[in-house]
Each structure stands twice: as structure tokens, then as C-alpha cells.
Design a protein around this ligand. Structure first.
Ligand code: FE2
Length: 508
């Protein structure tokens, strides 16, 4: 039997364990008159039996009883009912007995014979102590919940926020099932973000159209539809609320308990309401952030397409380089943020070409040394263009160093070996491979085999040997999925971007 804390409105539940019927009935009558809910047992064994089926707040127990005495009972209580308070009666009050009882977790002891006042005073003190302890416990729970919810309010990634929310609520409220849905105002849909517990998990990510009806009943109904709940749940065992942020519904949180569990009490509901505002803010922030990121990415893709479109031969180059670089980054085990930097780096590595005149950029033959210098400036110009965007800070080294060479003969800084950031070394390979395998004004595209042979020739001089090996393995295994559809028209790129997974801006 779980000993949930009784609320302040409930009478305090006391179990009197005493083999002397006179003492037992005296205590029971007195405490009953004072408003306590009382039961009696005549030894420790019987008390344990009763505790299995009835929750209590306080146990008053005699020391010496047949079958199981007070000390043995205290040991059992400490073991199995740690939340229960106990007061020991003893006719043999020695310092040692009292000390042992207190050591076993007894709140206090009363020496027989005791007066009505003594009994009442000690019980009241125990009850007061219990109330203070519960308050403190609740307060620390609220503080803990607040602190945790602050953490997920600062998490802008929806998946992480949802995982933390579900974990937190599951731990605190022990429901049999928990579900969370999110309103997508721009699509007029409700999406199931998370579902845990029984009945069997529903498909997360499913959406239903939102009905434009006043009040929240339709929102609750649509949430129930998302989780396939057909049977009604007793109100005492259902805790559901509309999550609101900026006076707008952002989702539904729904917790249920089974009939054999205790219902949600007023403390649970208050605590849930506190959490709900934090959860709503967190979900709303991450949804807006995701939307912003998507818009941001689409802008960058459009910008990259515009750069590529200046030269019909380089259409789609940036997107293809991004594809190669991201895959190579994944293969070498880069973490999420660095992969994201590669993604943006792939799209933006040649953005500095905006500053290169058409006469040079589109020249179908070899460039003069002066023209070459202007062309090479694109790495530095690119950094100047992107420098102002804080979220793209990690992309700057990729843009600046994507033409450096392992042997130090590259530009703009002539870095060599490990001085060149890993992401830039990856980008150099992705960039070169796509350039080799695409048509140019002055030559036809190389075949995959020819390009690989070229990469091998530059292994260790132009490019990082280890990365070249991994890249060659990669294109040999995945060339059909890595290559963008040909010909790469600008519109095709936009379509491609629209189908890219939700991409996160790097966090710095
Ligand atoms: Fe470049």
C-alpha cells in the first residue's frame, strides 16, 4: 500500500498499536474526539497487515507486545513505510530504549502512564512536524521542477525539450499514460509530439486538422483522437490541460492513471499547472525557432542558388558540395553542431564569388595571374559577407580555408596539415570532387573513376590522406544517392531544399 500524503483537508490517520485494551481504547477515543481518523492493532504483526491495505500518517506503538514488539515494528516501518511517523509508548523508559527508538526513526516517545495532555501534545507536534516536512518536500519539488523546466525553456531543440518534459512529468506524477500534442497555427493542425505508457504507444508525429471552434473541448477531443482514446476516463484519474503561451493555445498535455492508482489530487493539479506554463513557453519557443531556422535555411539556399546561377555550369554546385561534405562529416563521426556547420559551409563556401566580376568568373579559359588573384579573393570576401551573422560563426573558417592545401600551397593563408580546420579539409575534398565531376565551359566532366584517380594523386599533398580514403569509400558505396538529379536547375535545388529535414542552425 503506498502511503500518499494526506492533504490538509483530510483527517490525520493514526494507527494505534497496543496490546493493553484499556490504553488502546483510551487513546483511540481521545484522538477520535480530537478529529483524527483512528484504527487499532494489538501487536506489530497485525499493524503490518493493516498497513498493507490502509494508508496512515502516524503510528503510535507500544514497546512490548506479543508476536511483534515496538522495536521490530519500527524497523519494518523504516524499511517499508519510510514516510510514516511513529511515536513509541513505553513503561520502561530508559535512556537507552528511548535512544534506540529515536534511532529507528521514531518521532518521539511517551512514558506510561501519560496524561491526556501529554498524548495530545505529542501527537499534535508529530502532525505539525509532518506538515512542515511535507510543505518543505512540496516546496523543494516545485523548486526542482522550476529549475528543470527552466532548463528546457532554454532548450530550443523541440526533440530535446519534449524528451525532458516527458521524463520530468513521468517521474513526478507516475501516470499510466502521458501524451503531449502541439498546435501548428500556420497549418491549422494538431500534432502528437509524445506518447508514453499504456495503452500501446500511438504513432508520434501524426497530425489532425484543427477545428475552429470556441473553447477547448474540441482541442481535447482532437487530442483524444490522436491518442486513440475511446473509453472515457474518470475525472479524478485524468489530468489534462491546454498549454497556453501568449494567450494562445499551443498544445495539450494529458495524463491518466489507472483505477488501481490514486487519483490526481489538488497538489498534483497545482503542480501540473505550474509546469504547464513553462512547458507551453518551451514548446512555443522551439516551434518558432524551428520555423525561423527553416526560413533562414531557405534564404541561404536561395542565396547559394543565386551564386551558382551566375554560371550555368555551376548550377547546384553549392548544394551538391553540401551533400558530399555532410556525408563525409557523418562518416568521420563529427558531432551534430559540426555537421550543421558543414551544411551551411557547403551552401556558403563560394558566397564570396559575389564580389568577383562576371568577366573573370565566367571566363571560359585559364585566368591571368591578376585575374587569378581576384578570383582567389572570394574566400576572404565570403568571410567578410558572413562575418556579421552570429549564428554562422562556425562556418567562417570553412569559407576562408576551403582552398587551403595540406602541403601549404593553397590560399588565402598558406596553412598546412592540421593547421587547416577539419571542416575546411572536408569541404576542400567535396568542392574539388564536384568541380571535377561537373561540366565546365572549358572541359567535360570527369567520370567517377577519373575523379577518384585525381583525388588519389593529390592525397597527402592537396588533400588530407585519411579524409581522401574515407571519401573515396563513400562515393564508391553511395554515388547514386549522393549525386543530385541532373541537370541541376535552380528550381530543382529549391525543391530539394524544401524536402530537406528540419535543419538546425549551429549553436555557438
Ligand atoms: Fe571556392
Amino acid at each position: 500500500m503506498s502511503h500518499t500524503l494526506s492533504t490538509s483537508a483530510d483527517p490525520v490517520r493514526v494507527l494505534i498499536v497496543e496490546d493493553d485494551p484499556m490504553v488502546s481504547s483510551f487513546c483511540a477515543r481521545l484522538l477520535h474526539m480530537k478529529g483524527f481518523a483512528v484504527k487499532t492493532a494489538c501487536n506489530g504483526r497485525e499493524a503490518l497487515d493493516i498497513l498493507q491495505t490502509h494508508p496512515f500518517d502516524l503510528v503510535l506503538t507500544d514497546l512490548q507486545m506479543p508476536e511483534m514488539g515496538g522495536m521490530a515494528l519500527l524497523r519494518e516501518l523504516r524499511e517499508h513505510y519510510a514516510d510514516l511517523d511513529a511515536i513509541m509508548f513505553t513503561a520502561y523508559a530508559t535512556v537507552d530504549t528511548a535512544r534506540e527508538a529515536l534511532k529507528l526513526g521514531a518521532f518521539d516517545y511517551l512514558t506510561k502512564p501519560f496524561s491526556v495532555d501529554e498524548l495530545e501534545r505529542t501527537v499534535r507536534r508529530a502532525v505539525e512536524w509532518r506538515r512542515v516536512r511535507q510543505e518543505r518536500q512540496r516546496l523543494s519539488e516545485v523548486v526542482a521542477l522550476y529549475e528543470i523546466s527552466q532548463t528546457f525553456t532554454s532548450t530550443l531543440d523541440t526533440d530535446t525539450a519534449v524528451r525532458e518534459i516527458v521524463e520530468l512529468l513521468w517521474r513526478r506524477f507516475s501516470p499510466a499514460a502521458l501524451s503531449l500534442s502541439l498546435v501548428h497555427p500556420e497549418d491549422h493542425e494538431l500534432e502528437l509530439l509524445a506518447h508514453r505508457g499504456t495503452p500501446a504507444p500511438t504513432l508520434v508525429g501524426v497530425r489532425v486538422p484543427l477545428r475552429q471552434e470556441p473553447g477547448y473541448d474540441s482541442l481535447f477531443e482532437q487530442h483524444a483522437q490522436l491518442i486513440n482514446r475511446r473509453e472515457p476516463v474518470a475525472p479524478s484519474h485524468l489530468a489534462r490541460l491546454v498549454l497556453r503561451s501568449n494567450d494562445r493555445p499551443v498544445g495539450v498535455l494529458d495524463l491518466i492513471r489507472t483505477p488501481d492508482q490514486p487519483g490526481f489530487d489538488s497538489d498534483d493539479r497545482t503542480l501540473l499547472a505550474i509546469c504547464a506554463s513553462q512547458i507551453a513557453a518551451s514548446l512555443d519557443n522551439s516551434r518558432l525557432y524551428r520555423q525561423l531556422k527553416q526560413q533562414n535555411l531557405e534564404t541561404i539556399v536561395a542565396l547559394a542558388a543565386a551564386i551558382d546561377a551566375r554560371d550555368p555550369y555551376t548550377a547546384g554546385h553549392s548544394l551538391q558540395v553540401m551533400q558530399y561534405a555532410v556525408r563525409l562529416g557523418e562518416v568521420v563521426g563529427l558531432e551534430h553542431d559540426r555537421i550543421e556547420a558543414l551544411r551551411y559551409g557547403g551552401l556558403l563556401h563560394d558566397i564570396g564569388k559575389i564580389g568577383v566580376p562576371d568577366a573573370i568568373l565566367l571566363k571560359p579559359m585559364y585566368l591571368s595571374p591578376e585575374e587569378m588573384e581576384i578570383m582567389r579573393a572570394h574566400a576572404v570576401i565570403g568571410v567578410e559577407i558572413v562575418r556579421g551573422i552570429k549564428a554562422l560563426r562556425a562556418v567562417l573558417p570553412i569559407i576562408r580555408y576551403h582552398h587551403e592545401r595540406i602541403d601549404g600551397a593553397g590560399y588565402p593563408d598558406g596553412l598546412s596539415g592540421d593547421q587547416i580546420p577539419l571542416e575546411a579539409r572536408i569541404m576542400a575534398i567535396a568542392d574539388a570532387y564536384d568541380t571535377m565531376t561537373s561540366d565546365r565551359a572549358y572541359r567535360r566532366a570527369m567520370s567517377q573513376e577519373e575523379a577518384i584517380a585525381e583525388l588519389q594523386r593529390g592525397r597527402g599533398s592537396q588533400w588530407d590522406s585519411g579524409l581522401i580514403d574515407r571519401f573515396i569509400e563513400l562515393v564508391q558505396a553511395e554515388s547514386h544517392t549522393l549525386r543530385l538529379p541532373q541537370p541541376r536547375a535552380v528550381q530543382a535545388l529549391r525543391d530539394q531544399a524544401a524536402h530537406m529535414p528540419n535543419i538546425e542552425l549551429p549553436r555557438f
